[in-house]
Design a binder for this molecule. Structure first.
Ligand code: B12
Length: 648
């Protein structure tokens, strides 16, 4: 929609990332909205108050204030962690700004000092190093070397600095706010909460130190950008409390300010919103892709569009919540424009390094530009997924030229060439066309993202994608069981997954599998067999990393909509006007998935370190489970081309 007249002349917009989302790179929603709005002639800016809050906490004055708050705690709340922190208070306040500069990449030589020991005060989190040491093979006395292989000095220092930050976060939890974490904040107040009561209570409570800082940062942002409209983006439940604290502070400071709320959490959990109290904080709540609803709202607030013509928008009218669906079509994906990171402090994000697995490293380490290859999912059949929702169900593509132009523009703007494609499952055809275009243009980037391990990803395509800069791929293997993959309508078989993952791995691409347990009708035998297949996939070099998620039924998924097709009965949802998402269910199969989960997690952790791959999978459980019924060379045979006869 280029060359349209400005939607809202004179209105200034500020899009905000609230605490908490990610610290290594900006969550992309404000970048998308700001880029789009600027293309429409709107004066749009953005800021990341999640990063700002954490940097405030980790500054010398921030930590001094924390020390003051902890010292003022009654004795009963002086936990051992708080006491240990206070005993080393000077070491923390003296080192934090140095550590932050190091994690921001501004002071790399500090790595040597950190690795030498004695520089960072050490709390409970450092005990994890002893746990690694306990697993050290005979003769290898260095725990980090065991965990990371030949870990370089910089990475080691980053890992130690991450433990140090986590120790500080633990103390904040103990002494200031038990709901605090670096990547989610007050998540439980919002996630699947049918009632707004918990949030309302938390927001009415006297402000904590963090709330006070957030209010101060909000005031500073309002002073700097002088917006007429605030767009608060809540991608996850763990950003809702922070967003509403910002709204509260902003409304108190500027009662005339208009505030809208949107994002992945709203799009998923607030679809049946009927809670008027939310509108004490915000003026409008919009669903799904934000471009069209925001334009409509801005036009409305500029006096150019009536309330009846808002788009996918909840407002409060005479004390009750009203939903206006609107008629205007969505802005096509091809026309949403290029995200812009202008205004975000790209050199201030923190490259953290957790140990768990190599894929976590991509999530938490490094500054990635984010881009969507297509809107929605081309497959949209998986029965555990929210396939009916717009962000999955409305599939739209853009040409490879448009995508490559966006990539070129983003690299020119940010100076950074790493991309995370944030699609639910990037479509193979579009990836191929994009790869061809990137290679043709000689655009040298690195990229990673999520795909479905489907047979279209041939070795030739994997090679082409690697050539275009693909460094890592994630995908759902879910429950490695052909019966359950079919029930899930995943559209892949275990043999296909083996061949596709191997094709990527052979190109040097890091392959991570999302694994699931607890799917309806899953038996103990299914779980043991799935682990045996996962073992073989590791042993044959198909996958390098994996993570087991416990299946959760959501109200928007096919399982949640037609539980009878999956042999389960849903528990009634608690009635309430606020969030709806997870729903409990009874599976007559009766498998104790909690008990099995511990063994699965132990196994994968070891497999990722190349350990235990020759052992019988039953060893990972400390109670008897049946022997795996999978042929010992099943994956090897699949790789050699022999199919087990199952088709997707
Ligand atoms: C990629 C992804 C991830 C990645 C990285 C996130 C990133 N982008 O950097 C990873 C793997 C790390 C991740 C992690 C998690 N994720 Co995730 N993730 C996604 C995914 C697939 C894409 C996100 C994205 O970048 N989209 C592109 C941006 C631009 O879209 P957007 O944020 O939705 O913004 C658009 C609109 O929402 C709207 N909008 C946004 N803000 C605002 C504000 C206003 C005022 C308005 C009007 C409009 C508006 O306009 C934007 C442009 O159209 C989404 C699903 C999806 N397809 O969107 C799930 C999704 C956001 N994730 C989800 C979840 C639950 C999580 C986890 C909590 C999972 C877990 N249990 O650990 C974690 C949270 C991590 C954390 N920090 O707490 C859920 C959230 C739903 C909910 N219940 O709240 C989603 C929706 C998927 C799902 N249905 O389960 N995630």
């Amino acid at each position: 929609m280029p060359d349209a007249p400005p939607a809202a002349p004179g209105l200034r917009v500020l899009a905000v990332i609230p605490p908490m989302t990610q610290l290594n790179t900006p969550y992309p929603s404000t970048a998308y909205l700001t880029g789009f709005l600027r293309g429409q002639g709107v004066a749009a800016r953005q800021c990341d108050l999640a990063l700002a809050l954490v940097l405030k906490l980790l500054s010398r004055p921030g930590l001094q204030a924390l020390v003051g708050a902890l010292e003022a705690l009654p004795a009963a709340r002086q936990t051992p962690r708080v006491a240990a922190f206070l005993a080393q208070a000077a070491a923390y306040t003296g080192s934090a700004e140095r550590v932050i500069a190091f994690l921001q990449g501004r002071d790399p030589t500090l790595a040597h000092r950190i690795c030498m020991g004695g520089f960072l005060p050490e709390g409970e989190r450092f005990r994890a190093l002893d746990a690694y040491a306990a697993g050290v093979a005979a003769g290898d006395a260095d725990p980090l070397a065991w965990a990371f292989g030949s870990l370089g000095t910089t990475d080691r220092a980053r890992h130690l600095a991450t433990l140090y930050l986590n120790d500080i976060a633990d103390v904040v939890k103990d002494g200031v706010d038990p709901r605090f974490e670096f990547v989610r904040y007050g998540e439980k107040l919002a996630a699947s909460q049918a009632s707004f009561d918990l949030l309302a209570e938390a927001l009415a409570a006297p402000p904590t130190l963090l709330d006070q800082w957030l209010a101060q940062l909000t005031h500073e942002a309002l002073a700097e950008h002088a917006p007429d409209v605030l767009l608060l983006s809540v991608p996850f439940p763990g950003a809702v409390y922070g967003a509403l604290r910002i709204a509260q502070a902003a409304k108190a400071a500027r009662p005339g300010l208009r505030i809208a709320l949107g994002g992945g959490y709203v799009n998923t959990e607030l679809r049946e919103l009927a809670e008027p109290r939310l509108f004490d904080f915000v003026d409008a709540v919009t669903l799904d892709a934000g471009e069209r609803p925001v334009l409509a709202l801005l036009e409305h607030w500029a006096g150019r569009r009536g309330a009846g013509r808002l788009v996918r928008c909840f407002t409060r009218v005479d004390g009750a919540v009203r939903y206006t669906a609107g008629f205007d079509p969505d802005v096509p994906f091809e026309d949403v424009g290029t995200p812009t990171w202008d205004g975000l402090p790209l050199d201030r994000y923190l490259s953290l390094l957790d140990l768990l697995n190599p894929m976590h490293r991509l999530w938490s380490d490094g500054r990635w530009n984010k881009l969507t290859v297509a809107h929605g999912c081309y497959w949209k059949k998986c029965s555990f997924c929210d396939v009916g929702l717009d962000y999955i169900g409305r599939y739209e593509t853009a040409s490879a030229q448009v995508l490559a132009d966006r990539i070129d523009a983003i690299v020119a703007e940010t100076g950074q060439t790493g991309f995370h494609f944030v699609d639910e499952a990037a479509p193979p055809k579009a990836l191929k066309a994009l790869a061809d275009e990137l290679v043709r243009r000689g655009t040298r980037i690195s990229w990673w993202g999520n795909v479905r391990f489907e047979k279209t990803f041939t070795p030739a395509l994997a090679e082409r994608l690697a050539e275009s800069g693909c460094i890592a791929i994630t995908g759902g293997l879910e429950v490695a069981s052909d019966r359950l993959l079919a029930l899930m309508k995943k559209g892949v078989t275990v043999d296909q997954v083996a061949r596709v993952t191997k094709a990527f791995a052979d190109q040097g691409v890091l392959v991570h599998a999302y694994l699931m347990y607890g799917f309806p009708t899953q038996t103990v035998q299914d779980t043991v067999d799935a682990l045996e297949l996962v073992r073989q996939l590791f042993a044959n070099g198909c996958i390098h990393s994996g993570f087991w998620h416990r299946f959760v039924c959501t109200v928007h998924s096919p399982v949640g909509k037609r539980p009878q097709d999956y042999g389960v009965t849903l528990h009634p949802l608690p009635p309430g006007p606020f969030a709806k998402n997870d729903v409990g269910f009874t599976d007559p199969t009766g498998t104790d998935h909690d008990a099995l989960g511990t063994g699965l997690k132990k196994a994968i952790y070891n497999y990722m370190h190349g350990l235990g791959l020759e052992e019988d999978v039953r060893m990972w459980w400390d109670f008897p489970v049946p022997k795996a019924r999978v042929a010992k060379r099943r994956i090897e045979r699949a790789l050699a081309g022999a199919d087990s006869g199952v088709s997707a």
